[in-house]
Design a protein around this ligand. Sequence first.
Ligand SMILES: [Mg+2]
Length: 240
Amino acid sequence: MPLERSMMTLSKEHVQRLWRMADAVCFDVDSTVIKDEGLDDLANYCGVGPQVEAMTLKAMGGGMTFREALTQRLNIVRPSRQTVENFNIDHPSTFSPRIKELIDLLRLKNKQVYLVTGGFRSIITPVANALDIPQEHLFANTLLFNEDGSYAGFDTTALTSESGGKARVVQHIKDKYNVKTVVFVGDGATDMEACPPADAFIGYGGNVIRAKVKENSPWFVTDFQELIDELSNETNIQKS
Ligand SMILES: [Mg+2]
């Protein structure tokens, strides 16, 4: 796979250098910025967790596209607008340790910060707000509702609604926001697949360690403190 070959050609030191010099950083959300997995948690909340989990496994084993898998899983949950609102109140997201500190430091160093997720805008927006990340820096899927608030599907024009969506978002960011070096941070295989066009990928295993990601990430961290320390190193280098 070109992706894995390109990942493997970068040394850990190279990834660390790209991290220090990045113009923009894209973070996955579920199991990266937050400890939660939005759709799984919403399914559990709606009492259909096992059914959705079974569909997820079927999708992973059956070569389903991202969009097909999302369609099938949402057809089981069929969340209404009211359900999502209640879920957000009853199940606020839990931030991964030191993510707020890390994002503040990135902004202090004039790096653009984006959230790029296959999850849903209506669930992730409170997360983005708490991190002072504007809506236009949040790339997510959008749930659609009928006039009576019942479930009506999801926006299939969103870049993140199809397989390879995160890579498309990174290319879009490079084109639209005129950024040169983009680093993607995430826990999952779809995050790793955003590199390229991302210039580097950093695997994060602070919430869940996925073997494929750990094996293929030249720089794999389990604590955001490691990323904070590396940025602080840059300050030291520049001062000396
Ligand atoms: Mg994730």
